[in-house]
Design a protein around this ligand. Structure first.
Ligand code: ADP
Ligand code: MG
Length: 359
């Protein structure tokens, strides 16, 4: 007979809870890559080398030249909510690091075989650490290396057969999303001096680099490196410095395709948004930009690389989702209005130039 008593609410056991919930951070090759890059940048690295085997399905590895990890932190690395970056909620408004939730490494440990090879500036030799699925260190051996850290993620989703199969059948698409993430950091980070990406499609290590970026101090030069020198003829600077509104809430700095030089028929390709130096997703804001662009060029989408500074940090919440890509901007409609004004002015003057230069 059917049991009609209401189900009881019971607490989930620690490990069950961990496996059910902590998985929301690293859900793809791209999100693993994002977390690794963020950790390297937070550790003040200037040289980053990324290696992918089988488009990342067999190996995602990032070697950096950052601060390295001190021995007293080894055991805490893979534990959830363990971070060196934030200690109380109130700090969130002023946090300058990409990470602060202490979730990424513990999430990656659930999904893959994780090895970390690190040497802290104060250590005389490096250490190789192997983690289990619960984020515990199961092996620790001395290993020579320079100061810095290498995180290796092997066989992503190997304990989750359905997702593993899914990943293997779409690994190329996953890899191109990861490349997009890499580009978004290369565009915004003034700290990266050298960024090398190597990738193989099969299960052999890649024999030569796919891409080497040496981002420069100017956004324009970095865009030229990523998209080719020719891109410079087709983009215009979004500059709001002449706008002397005293009560300005936002500052914009970036580039967008000229109306006569759109770059593609699909929007997602080459549109990069940053809020206070973080790469973010903000669909309504992008839609505003694309709508204005459509008035001037109905057939294409623009390349967009736009850095937004929210001047009053208390009107910005960067902690809306585990991946920190969705931010909440309190005065979003003002932000949209402001960019609408700037772009209309910019496109009107730039199409005049275009028309007159063709006479
Ligand atoms: P969070 O970045 O939110 O602190 P993570 O799980 O991504 O959480 O990382 C946990 C901790 O591991 C970090 O706080 C940092 O101290 C250390 N860490 C991770 N990756 C690196 C790295 N590449 N270099 C130095 N320290 C690192
Ligand atoms: Mg992190």
């Amino acid at each position: 007979e059917e049991d009609l008593r209401p189900a009881q609410i019971r607490p989930l056991a620690g490990t069950t809870r961990h496996r059910l919930c902590a998985g929301q951070v690293c859900v793809s090759v791209a999100s693993c890559v994002k977390e690794l890059i963020e950790n390297s940048l937070d550790a003040h690295s200037t040289r980053l080398q990324l290696t992918f085997i089988a488009h990342g399905a067999d190996l995602i590895e990032l070697t950096d030249n950052g601060d390295g990890i001190a021995e007293h932190d080894f055991e805490k690395l893979g534990l959830r909510y363990h971070t060196s970056k934030l200690s109380q909620f109130e700090d969130l408004e002023n946090v300058n690091t990409y990470g602060f939730r202490g979730e990424a490494l513990s999430s990656i440990c659930i999904y893959a075989d994780v090895t970390i090879l690190t040497r802290h500036a104060s250590a005389s030799i490096g250490t190789k650490l192997i983690f289990d699925g619960e984020g515990q260190v199961i092996s620790r051996t001395p290993f020579p290396r320079e100061t810095g850290t290498t995180v290796s993620i092997r066989s992503l989703f190997n304990r989750f057969p359905v997702r593993r199969t899914e990943l293997q059948s779409h690994s190329k698409r996953e890899f191109s999303q990861a490349l997009n993430i890499i580009q978004s950091f290369a565009i915004i980070s003034r700290q990266i001096q050298f960024f090398q990406i190597s990738s193989s499609a099969d299960n052999h290590p890649p024999s030569h680099p796919l891409l080497t970026l040496t981002p420069s101090s100017s956004l324009k030069d970095t865009l030229a490196q990523i998209f080719g020198q020719k891109i410079l003829e087709s983009i215009i600077h979004i500059d709001d410095n002449n706008d002397d509104d005293e009560n300005k809430e936002f500052k914009f700095d970036g580039y967008i395709s000229r109306p006569q030089h759109g770059c593609g028929r699909s929007s997602a390709d080459r549109q990069y948004l940053y809020v206070n130096n973080r790469p973010i997703d903000c669909a309504p804001f992008l839609r505003t930009i694309n709508d204005i662009y459509r008035h001037f060029n109905p057939n294409q989408y623009p390349l967009v690389a736009l850095s937004i500074e929210v001047l009053d940090r208390s009107t910005l919440d960067i902690n809306c989702t585990p991946d920190k890509r969705t931010v909440f901007v309190e005065h979003l409609s003002n932000m949209c209005d402001q960019i609408r004004l700037i772009l209309n002015k910019l496109f009107e003057s730039s199409s005049n130039v275009y028309v007159s230069s063709n006479k």
